[in-house]
Design a protein around this ligand. Structure first.
Ligand code: UD1
Ligand code: CA
Length: 463
């Protein structure tokens, strides 16, 4: 039976080597913050009510960045070491039974499966705790795992405190632990800041528990990179590439065609249905859902949007926080700026911008238009050059166009405005008043013909 596990994620540090004003755990890889990666991994093991994040630097921003409801936060105002970071959570944590697992917010590569093994090892024997370790070619900077003759962990020695003999040990502490909660809280106060940095080291716990007559074990992982903590932007880029690769592979395994996959960027939370084709250099970001049998052309950016089945998005289109219905066609060079709803079978062509607009089923706006704050019915034709004048310099106004309306090319629709069912507007019109159903609205100067005018002008020029 899976025991109760409480996960504490240490995320109070600034991360100096990022050279950033933003806390390290807020930086993103694979479209998610480093911290959210760790939280999502923890969620595989335990419910959100048992996950706590220790925040310090930019505590509010870090708190706000977490998208999972139910997660607890502990504020560490001063960073006095990894031990201190857990100790200050006593009030919230010490009453929780089972096991206490400590993770770092800057180690996004750690797999849930590995942590599951750590829990299993912790529960199988009678150890007071198990830590994650790895044999490293160059363990410089890491704490070293000192084992006794039976293989139990006697102590962890930090780089700065190690003797040459101890530093020659290649087994490094990954900084990830699973303790028996009762024993941890019973002994945690024995951690003393008796080191040059005057910090409370969590790594003192193995020695403390051993002294109290308990056993501490180490579980070796094969690849120390799995526990790699991101320290600088170069490592961030490497990890980002790794997540992107993983995501692309997952999509391809699920039946999505990625053409020249290495050029395509897909965020972690994106879902794409089978037989959809994504062309080179497309970016699919945020919480986007794309159905099956769709195509997304080169250089498109689709963010936080929903594309239903069989949607075709041609190259160089931008789609943001919008929904696109079945069999709709978008682009090339279209911009669905925000909160649009393009219904089934509608067409949005080149150099057409939509903002907070609903374009009804089967309606077409094929070239050069701005449609903002508008509701457009089904089977309308919006001519080239149509502009909804939705802004008067102070406020935004709506345009309502009913079903089957034909808006002539280069119409200027001055909002607030309503055009009723089946009406026409003449090309080049400035429409300022509502148009009744089935009417024609003309809003332009009459054409004048001056016979022979051009000829006369040419003759005058010759003299
Ligand atoms: C720690 C371990 C070391 C191990 C290494 C693995 C200690 C004393 N040493 O060293 O044995 O090999 O991890 O990466 O634990 N943090 C807080 N509050 C604090 C201090 C740290 O939240 O007061 C957070 C940091 O933001 C960071 C994590 O804890 O994410 C690790 O702290 P860091 O100071 O980087 O420990 P290391 O020196 O790497
Ligand atoms: Ca570190």
């Amino acid at each position: 039976m899976q025991p109760n596990v409480t996960v504490v994620i240490l995320a109070a540090g600034l991360g100096t080597r990022m050279k950033s004003r933003r806390a390290k755990v807020l930086h993103r890889a694979g479209g998610k913050t480093l911290l959210q990666h760790v939280i999502d991994t923890a969620l595989v093991l335990t419910p959100p009510e048992r996950i706590y994040v220790v925040v310090g630097h930019q505590a509010d921003e870090v708190r706000r960045s977490v998208t999972t409801p139910g997660i607890g936060f502990i504020e560490q105002k001063e960073q006095k070491g990894t031990g201190h970071a857990v100790m200050i959570g006593r009030e919230a944590l010490s009453g929780l039974d089972g096991y206490l697992m400590v993770l770092y917010g800057d180690s996004p590569l750690l797999r849930a499966q590995t942590l599951q093994c750590l829990i299993e090892q912790a529960t199988a024997g009678d150890a007071a705790g198990v830590l994650l370790s790895a044999l490293m070619d160059d363990p410089t900077g890491y704490g070293r795992v000192i084992r006794d003759h039976r293989g139990y962990v006697r102590e962890i020695v930090e780089q700065k405190a190690g003797s040459p003999e101890q530093l020659a040990i290649r087994e490094a502490n990954m900084g990830i632990y699973c303790f028996r909660a009762d024993l941890f809280w019973k002994h945690v106060d024995e951690i003393r800041p008796d080191n040059p940095a005057k910090e409370y080291y969590l790594t003192d716990m193995p020695a403390i528990l051993t002294r109290a007559g308990h056993a501490v074990e180490a579980m070796r992982i094969d690849d120390p990179n799995e526990a790699l903590g991101i320290n600088d932007r170069a490592q961030l880029a490497e990890v980002d590439a790794l997540f992107r690769n993983r995501k692309r592979r997952e999509l391809m395994m699920n039946g999505v065609t990625l053409v020249q996959p290495e050029t395509i960027t897909v965020d972690a939370a994106v879902e794409i249905g089978p037989d959809t084709v994504i062309e080179p250099f497309a970016l699919i970001l945020g919480n986007t859902k794309i159905g099956s049998d769709c195509s997304v052309g080169s250089y498109c950016i689709v963010q936080d949007s929903v594309l239903e089945d069989e949607v075709s998005v041609r190259p160089f289109s931008l789609i943001n926080t919008s929904r696109v219905g079945r069999k709709a066609e978008i682009g090339p060079y279209a911009r669905l700026r925000m909160e649009n709803d393009v219904e089934a079978g509608a067409h949005v062509g080149n150099f057409v911008e939509l903002k907070k607009t609903r374009l009804g089923a089967g309606s077409k706006a094929n070239h050069l238009a701005y449609l903002g704050d508008s509701t457009i019915g089904a089977k309308c034709n919006i001519g080239a050059g149509t502009i909804t004048c939705n802004y008067d310099g102070t406020a935004k106004h709506p345009t309502r166009i009913a079903d089957g309306v034909f808006v002539g090319s280069n119409s200027t629709l001055v909002a607030p405005l309503e055009i009723a069912e089946g009406a026409y507007t003449a090309a080049g019109s400035v429409i300022t008043d509502n148009v009744p159903a089935d009417a024609l609205a003309l809003g332009r100067a009459r054409q004048v013909i001056r016979e022979g005018w051009a000829k006369k002008r040419r003759e005058l020029g010759k003299k």
